[in-house]
Design a protein around this ligand. Structure first.
Ligand code: C5P
Length: 400
């Protein structure tokens, strides 16, 4: 049975082009068994008709604070009490400002003041508006009051610009809301994982790579997904079938992986860098290199340390790295923990049929002030144990 079954969700829709996505959101929530009532601001009705949301929710849309008919059907205080959860999607810049100010000048803001239900907001606006200090301050204040933020996403916007401010996709909003209804220990957390090797082209037909199979990263991604996380997996080329995760992005080179990871890092709560990223890459020759000389020297250039870039972001996610070592496991792992400014590192021995290309593994996990040994087990079992430990450390770091 879905965690949404029988749950009463009050969906607030404010004025913005993304309001049309409210239709899909209502449809998804109703399909999952939720009882949905919709409240629209006046501006929202300029973008989508109340009739559409009425048809999809199976219930009259509420719009006015002082309409005697609406008030007699269910007055605004009863409506505020009725909801198990209030979700505002899309939440415009203006609505966020009014929520922060504690306004009660229309039905939606009044309900938000009059309710004890958890409030979740999914902002959507032009990227400049989203990045404006006024909006940032509003968001910070709302967050400090315990309001849950969903997104926004990055990408092409209705105005033609590209950047943060897109409404989080309805499917992902639904996924994140599961946390509110207590589904799985990872529910509501957005996890970004890199996995597999990278391939660095030497010429159009040859490349440099490594023995990483991607199995550990895929197992982590699937286990976190099953435990409720919203998972984005960025993978180098592997022989594995695509895992069941929310977003699966395939890349080839370390440079591609860097771009993809940085694109998603700021909107993630956690980044697990399990990919075996090439440390050096050649400049690709435009044509196939001919075997005309008895020796061939390739000049290799150091690639960017992806995880180091993520951990130095201002709004960095909780960052977990891996260390595959052939010797001095603890010393090397602890050094990487420090140099890459990681929150946690999982280290294992490689070589001699250990670590890469095999189905089982054992891990030593280190963080500042602690360590734990996870004994040899199948990578799926190990992934589950490592996730439990990561979550424990994530909560510990957020409670200080
Ligand atoms: O320095 P080393 O490659 O041993 O560190 C391993 C960790 O750093 C892994 O978590 C790996 O995903 C990450 N890494 C990275 N970008 C690189 C090299 C390694 O993110 N260019």
């Amino acid at each position: 049975m879905s965690v949404f079954s029988g749950k009463k969700i009050l969906l607030g829709v404010s004025g913005g082009i993304a309001a049309y996505k409210a239709a899909e959101l209502v449809r998804l929530m109703v399909t999952e068994g939720a009882i949905v009532r919709v409240v629209m601001t006046e501006a929202a009705t300029q973008f989508i008709t109340p009739l559409t949301l009425e048809a999809l929710s199976g219930s009259k849309v509420h719009r006015h604070l002082f309409d005697p008919l609406e008030e007699s059907a269910m007055n605004h205080i009863d409506l505020a009490r009725w909801a198990d959860l209030i979700l505002i999607a899309p939440a415009s810049a203006d609505l966020l400002a009014r929520l922060r100010g504690g306004h009660a000048d229309d039905l939606l803001t009044t309900l938000c003041l009059a309710t004890n239900a958890p409030l979740w907001v999914a902002p959507a606006m032009n990227r400049v508006m989203w990045e404006h200090p006024a909006t940032k301050e509003n968001i910070d204040t709302l967050r400090s009051r315990g309001i849950h933020l969903l997104g926004p996403d990055q990408g092409i916007q209705a105005c033609g610009e590209s950047g943060p401010g897109r409404l989080l996709e309805p499917g992902l909003i639904l996924k994140a809301l599961e946390q509110a209804f207590g589904a799985g220990p990872w529910a509501g957390l957005r996890l970004l994982i890199s996995a597999g090797p990278t391939r660095e082209p030497i010429d159009p037909v040859r490349y440099l790579s490594n023995r990483s199979s991607g199995k550990m990263g895929y197992a982590l991604a699937e286990a976190a997904q099953q435990q409720g996380a919203v998972v984005t997996l960025i993978s180098g080329p592997t022989a594995l079938s695509p895992p069941k995760v929310d977003h699966f992005i395939e890349v080839e080179t370390a440079k591609d992986m860097l771009e993809a990871v940085l694109h998603h890092a700021s909107s993630a709560d956690m980044f697990i860098g399990s990919a075996a990223v090439a440390d050096y890459a050649p400049n690709m020759a435009p044509q196939k290199i001919k075997k005309e000389t008895s020796t061939l020297t390739l000049e290799l250039y150091k690639t960017v340390d992806i995880i180091g870039q993520v951990s130095s972001l201002d709004d960095r996610p909780f960052t977990v790295g891996f260390a595959a070592e052939t010797e001095n496991l603890e010393a090397h792992a602890r050094l990487k923990l420090k140099h890459k400014a990681l929150d946690l590192i999982a280290a294992n021995h490689v070589g001699d049929h250990q670590g890469f290309e095999v189905d089982d593994n054992e891990l030593m996990v280190f963080w500042e002030g602690g360590q734990r040994f996870l004994p040899r087990a199948h990578k799926t079992q190990l992934a589950a144990e490592l996730l439990t430990l990561i979550l424990e450390r994530y909560h510990a770091s957020h409670s200080t």
